[in-house]
Ligand binder design. Structure first.
Ligand code: HEM
Length: 416
């Protein structure tokens, strides 16, 4: 090989991953003084990477696959056979176009934001009555409802399917995508979504033209055929589950608002011009999606290193967005950084990097930021509340991480 890859002296680093969590790759890279280090996880050879050159590799290079690449940690995606994350090349681009048409159409995104606003306002009286809520749970619940309505799957025995989806997500914890998929099968949710897709095709159920259900049910593969109903069901869940996951960022946004009193007062005065910058800094600073992974499908050379076919690669998203070379004082919350998903910044990669249409970069960044902005507005301008004493500590070895209390709000009242 052209260059020798620095190697972790330990036989296996699984224990370190468990105990260091989000900091694992960065600790390793710092210790070895390199942005690429070879080690082993569960005795499988892996190259741990961070930084923008590595981001270009995982989001741009040919000869990679996501199949069999994800360690079972935090994934919000259902990596089932035939779903978007498992595809490469022209088949991936074709399927990805479907996701882009749903997720990056400003009118559709605005419709989802409206559904969240409605669901939030529907819950407010109950919050006032209860006096005390765990925001993380409430956000997940109302986003499930908003997402199901928006996607067109809610007119099914509405509450039932939404409740099932909420339960699955709620109970899944950090056990990983495979278990989640198994759970969905056991619960019969996948079968009910499959049936729904078939009913739509048969004209028995007529969803609105702008819904994800409509788009996915009638999407045609490159060869002109409709999606297999079980793939269609999984792709629907590949939209609903991450929409609910945005609740985690909303919880971190509430935590940041609690700490950043100047920003909170600005927003409470009704000036929301910079709510987007605030939301983007929450995306950068909060531990959520720790890393993405890929496997080479043929030998490739990168930065002078030779990778054989079948090489497992782990890209550190958290470490890259906390790298002081790119983000001075990375542990400080500074909305003044003026970050934005719309730029092609290869260090600001909380949801992946590169060209969204051609790589596995997340198609949900516009949705994520718009939902967060609206949540900031709702928290600051439509309600008053207190943040009682609680454990707001965030453990970085729990994936996905969260404030330990789930962010309790009390003395809630609607703002006149
Ligand atoms: C892909 C993170 C929200 C749908 C990804 C990837 C990351 C990510 C890191 C890249 C995975 C890889 O490279 O293998 C996040 C985070 C979110 C979020 C932290 C915050 C909640 C969303 C939303 C949607 C969405 C709101 C849609 C409504 C997807 C899909 C993919 C994806 C379909 C697969 C894309 C592909 O394989 O081409 N997400 N995401 N995500 N995300 Fe998200």
């Amino acid at each position: 090989s052209l260059r020798e890859m620095p190697r972790d002296p330990r036989i296996d680093a699984s224990m370190a991953l468990m105990s260091e969590g989000y900091r694992f790759v960065s600790n390793l890279c710092d210790r070895m003084d390199s942005d690429a280090v070879a080690t082993r996880l569960r005795l499988r050879e892996v190259v741990c990477l961070r930084g923008s050159a590595a981001a270009r590799l995982l989001y741009g290079a040919e000869g990679l696959t996501r199949v069999g690449a994800m360690p079972s940690t935090v994934l919000h995606l259902l990596q089932d056979k035939g779903s978007v994350q498992q595809l490469e090349g022209p088949a991936h681009r074709h399927r990805k176009a479907l996701f882009l048409s749903i997720c990056m159409d400003p009118a559709r995104v605005e419709a989802l934001v409206s559904e969240m606003r409605l669901a939030w306002r529907e819950r407010l009286p109950a919050w006032e009555a209860e006096g005390r809520i765990v925001l993380q749970q409430e956000a997940a619940r109302l986003l499930t409802r908003a997402g199901c309505r928006w996607a067109g799957v809610a007119h099914q025995p509405e509450a039932q399917l939404a409740d099932e989806i909420f339960d699955m997500i709620d109970k899944a914890g950090s056990v990983g995508p495979r278990n989640w998929l198994a759970q969905m099968r056991r619960a019969g949710t996948e079968k009910r979504l499959r049936t729904l897709v078939e009913e739509v095709r048969a004209g028995e159920v007529v969803p609105e033209a702008a819904t994800a259900l409509h788009a996915i049910a009638f999407h045609r593969e490159e060869d002109g055929t409709l999606l297999d109903p079980s793939v269609a069901a999984v792709e629907l869940l590949n939209l609903l589950r991450p929409i609910v996951a945005v609740g985690r960022y909303i919880t971190f946004a509430a935590l940041a608002l609690h700490r950043e009193t100047t920003w909170r007062e600005l927003f409470r005065s009704g000036n929301l011009e910079l709510a987007g910058d605030f939301a983007e800094e929450v995306r950068r600073a909060s531990p959520f999606f720790p890393f993405t992974a890929a496997v080479t499908t043929r030998p490739i050379t990168w930065e002078g290193y030779d990778f054989p076919e079948g090489q497992w690669l782990l890209l550190d998203l958290y470490g890259t967005t906390h790298d002081p070379r790119h983000f001075p004082e990375p542990t400080r919350f500074r909305a003044e950084r003026m970050l934005s998903w719309t730029g092609q910044d290869e260090a600001f990669i909380p949801q992946g990097a590169g060209d969204v249409a051609r790589t596995h970069r997340c198609p949900g960044e516009m949705i994520t930021v718009e939902l967060m902005k609206e949540a900031i507005r709702l928290l600051c301008c439509e309600m008053d509340y207190e943040v009682p004493a609680q454990d707001l500590g965030v453990r970085l070895n729990r994936m996905p991480a969260q404030p330990r209390s789930g962010m309790i709000l009390s003395a809630i009242s609607r703002r006149a």
